[in-house]
Design a protein around this ligand. Sequence first.
Ligand code: ACM
Ligand code: ZN
Length: 731
Amino acid sequence: MKRLLSTFAAMIFALALSAQTGIIPKPQKEIIREGYFRLDKSCVIYSNEKGSFNTQYIQEKLIKATGFAFSRTKKQPADNFIKLEVNPSLNIPEEGYLLNVDEKGITIEAKNSSGIFYGIQSVLQLLPPAVYSGRVTGREEWSVPFVNIEDYPRFSYRGMMLDVSRTFFDYDVIIKYIDWLSYHKINKFHWHLADDNGWRIEIKKYPELTSKGAWRGPGEVLYPSFGSGNKRYGGFYTQDQIKKIVAYAAERNIEIIPEIDLPGHSRAVTATYPDILCRRTDESLSVQGEGKNVWCVSKEPNYEMLENIIKELVRLFPSKYIHIGGDEVNYSAWKNCPDCQVLMQEKGMKEPVELLNYFVRRMEKIVEKNDRHMAGWEEIIEGGDLKPETRVYAWRGVDKGIAAVSKGQPTIMQPGSFCYLDMKQSEVERGHNWAGIVTLEKTYSLDPTGDKNLPDSLSSLILGVQGGLWTELLNKPVRFIEYQTFPRLAAIAEIGWTNQDLRNWDDFKTRLERKHYSRMYNMGISFRLPPPSITYNDGALRSELPYPWAVVRYTSDETTPDEFSPVFRGEIYTDNPFKYRFATFYKDEIISQAVMVNNVSYVYQKPSVTIETSLSFQLKFPLSNLKDYNFSTYARTTERLKKGDYLTYIFEKPVFTKRITVSTGIPEIDFYGITEGYVEYSYDGKVYIKGNEFTDGISVILPKEPVSAVRIVVTGESDGFTAAFTDLKID
Ligand code: ACM
Ligand code: ZN
């Protein structure tokens, strides 16, 4: 019944779509009238903005897509125009615009350039999606429906955070990313530039931050991690590149807020300049498994260095805010440090969290001295007060954001279970799951002011919303940054822009599927397409389409479907449903995750097994997890793997099988697997036959006789601080 209702709702909204523009984020007020204005080769652009980037921007987009000249005129044209008119006395909120399309032309009015820019974005969305493609197809009719739109954002802060430390994205990717954000009326880019696994911004006074701290791998100061394996991995942005990116973003109404994560998450700095660390360090690890990654709070030279770094940052970033992190500090270093302990006593502090507040307040002073305000993750509200201007980013939950505004701090809502785009989008897709499965619908369901009973004095301190993409799992597959970001960022854009009473999931989903897929495709975004849901009943495989016009292709030999695979139509009768794989295709170029039947599970063999190993395992993730054939449990080592380590599965009795799949890494997340190693197997328990190397943490054995034992042999250092092993999958 629920499904019927939602199909019905989708139909209603599909009908309703003809009465609305389909723009994402949805405009506050829109009226469509009958008729179209058609762009042609004599259409002109008029603007009263002086030296306007906006004029050049729309002109360039239109020329590239249509091939028409779109000459600029200085006189008010009578007809066949695109007019961009700034009118400072216009009665409309900041960043708002009025858009009118009639038989004479297209008129955008706004108080200032940012409003004009957003009016242009809406016009682009009203045009055929090929307008984003940057090339002339010659097939489009360049018409825009007659509309009246009055539009402005609900929130002044509509952001996206990208971690470039764990996975590095080069200059060109960042430029493209900023374009994509701007198409969605996102106005803040929170750039997470330094973390444990790489320092990514050139600082002239401390060149080693990037000559050393930006690199990991053999012989580097940082261990390999997140799939960087045996290669030197890293990169950084030069100050020249940063300036260009900041300017590029500013033209598109995007403010870049730089983050240097302090005083924890600082392994890249402390590995480069070990004097930063406490005098006596310990072997404890942060929640992310990093040791020795915390700045000593009591060393005065540390603050001098930080001041020098902040000085260079403020020269590069005009943003009023500098983000200093403040999250997930491992206090054990401070607890063991005689100097930090003396500082605590001197200041009459009882808890290490007060040392965090001490550090944060010192940073606040440094930042304010440079005529900026400080921002940090929600942990900075703990352990003491902050300046009222200091901005808090809530990440563990909406309640944390409410706690921050209750203390009077302006706050950005970025709760993990809605806004962390590194989370999985379904059980079978790549991603983390510690904040849950973050489906598009889940993301869309966030209301940043949450509790309806929040008094205005507090809800007005909630400045907006932000998506966040942490990148430990972004090393593969290619273009995964796009897959994780879109379309969930389209949902965040609408949360940030559109008033809550105008937002509706079915309506958003319909606009997305009918209009926005095509726009994103033309923007060059390899977005996430939902996979089909496949069931097996009464001997037949059947599919529930993720949206009514979805194309699903399939294979019957366990391979991933491609554009040449047959289209799935209705049902397939088979005795062997597990051989089939299915995927949704958009224009045969954008492909969903391939899936198999989901209402019945393949049954693997479960022979009795014992384990012999050179490794030791964490109490919470014991070896017994490798014998229970529960594929969601796993065993985790206490240490990084090294050459010569092994783990052998010994069967009680030889096992008849055609295939054994040896997977390592945390199941379903594909994290902390083996990077350097191979499998070997034995028929008699004495002589071992060498099998395949591990690829992506997996090695497959195709035995010719019953198997007595399977051994994992490690040939080099793995690139996680721990490794995870799972049960064998025995066909
Ligand atoms: C965070 O996710 N540690 C801000
Ligand atoms: Zn210390």
